[in-house]
Design a binder for this molecule. Structure first.
Ligand SMILES: [Mg+2]
Length: 365
């Protein structure tokens, strides 16, 4: 098979601030494989969870090194490629895993969710994200979302470096805006909170009653993720007692091993393809989480709609979709990911169902 890479920029319409910093532009990689007249595409790029960091240059170097090694091999059966995938970092594996799955689905002429027997009618609304900022600016961002789509599920980022008082002011302002919308438009909105590891145990305990008072429905990653798995698990265990809100692990939960480790102490996990290393592991995680009675969130980083379209193939298994990054791009180079109001739909085209648009396709050629 022929493996090739292209870099492309993704620029955000509204920069996103979270507890770890602000992002406005990223560079991602288009990973393409060609074999037997069929082409498959994947997307990947660097990201940071506070305790682990991957940059796009290192991911590109890993994949470049594979070009001559994969040349004599075929992309099917997918299982025969597993040893090559296993040796890669999660984001490099994600790029190749997506391209292989896209190739496989296109070869069979079928979208992945159909090959997996999933029901596209089972999808629910995605949340949209409100980053950190001054309360007036964050409420203005919320209005901007409402101008674009119904936005019935809101994810508010807290864990502000400015401290607890700023988090409380933000929570109050957003909860008031949601209540006002409910009264005026009659449209109820769900409020989720993601602290991105920005709190310690004391702050988290102080925030819990405030979150409940504001009608928050779930709390994501309150404590910083820790490289030592036992200490990381202990943080969730310490918070679990006295926490009436569903507790969701994101930065702490990358793969199936993390899911099994955290399962007794959380109510849900946030799966992201760049953390899991692609769709094979993500499908296993979603099915396992459901079997264990955990809620499944499906999230994104600063991703284009090839990555989000790949994730969308799993949406029928997801309770809390959180795939909004492509809706905030001024130059998303891909076509094929659609939505009905604020419900993203698994793309219906073969494979991932998302293709490079004219600008990127021209470059690839
Ligand atoms: Mg999160």
């Amino acid at each position: 098979m022929r493996l090739s890479l292209r870099r492309f920029p993704l620029r955000k319409a509204v920069p996103l601030a979270i507890s770890r910093g602000v992002s406005s532009t990223v560079e991602h990689l288009l990973v393409t494989i060609e074999h037997d007249g069929v082409v498959g595409h994947g997307e990947t790029g660097g990201f940071d969870t506070g305790h682990r960091h991957h940059d796009t240059d290192a991911i590109a170097a890993e994949l470049e090194a594979l070009v001559p090694r994969l040349a004599p091999l075929a992309p099917e059966p997918l299982q025969s490629l597993e040893p090559w995938l296993a040796a890669l970092s999660p984001p490099a594996r994600c790029g190749l895993d997506l391209a292989l799955h896209d190739w496989w689905g296109r070869r069979l002429g079928c979208p992945l969710h159909r090959l997996w027997g999933l029901d596209p009618e089972a999808c629910v609304a995605t949340s949209v994200t409100l980053g950190l900022g001054e309360p007036e600016a964050v409420v203005a961002r919320l209005e901007r979302w409402w101008a674009l789509l119904p936005a019935s599920r809101i994810k508010l980022k807290l864990g502000s470096p400015s401290g607890l008082a700023h988090d409380l002011a933000l929570l109050e302002a957003v909860a008031a805006a949601l209540e006002q919308r409910r009264q005026i438009a009659g449209a109820p909105c769900e409020l989720q909170v993601d602290a991105n590891g920005g709190w310690d145990l004391e702050v988290a305990h102080a925030m819990l009653p405030q979150l409940q008072r504001a009608g928050v429905v779930l709390l994501e990653q309150p404590l910083a993720p820790l490289a030592d798995p036992d200490r990381d698990t202990a943080g969730f265990a310490a918070l679990q007692h006295g926490c009436a809100l569903p507790l969701v692990a994101d930065e702490s939960c990358w793969d199936l091993a993390d899911l099994l480790r955290l399962a007794p102490h959380v109510d849900g996990i946030n799966i992201k393809l760049l953390k899991s290393g692609g769709l094979a592991e993500a499908l296993l995680m979603a099915r396992t989480a459901r079997r264990l009675g955990l809620g499944v969130m499906l999230g994104c980083y600063s991703d284009g709609s090839l990555l989000n379209g790949a994730a969308a193939q799993l949406l029928p298994l997801v309770h809390w979709p959180d795939l909004d990054s492509h809706l905030n791009l001024i130059d998303d180079p891909f076509l094929g990911l659609d939505r009905r109001d604020d419900v993203l739909l698994p793309p219906s085209g073969p494979g991932l169902g998302v293709l490079p648009g004219p600008a990127l396709a021209e470059e690839v050629r």
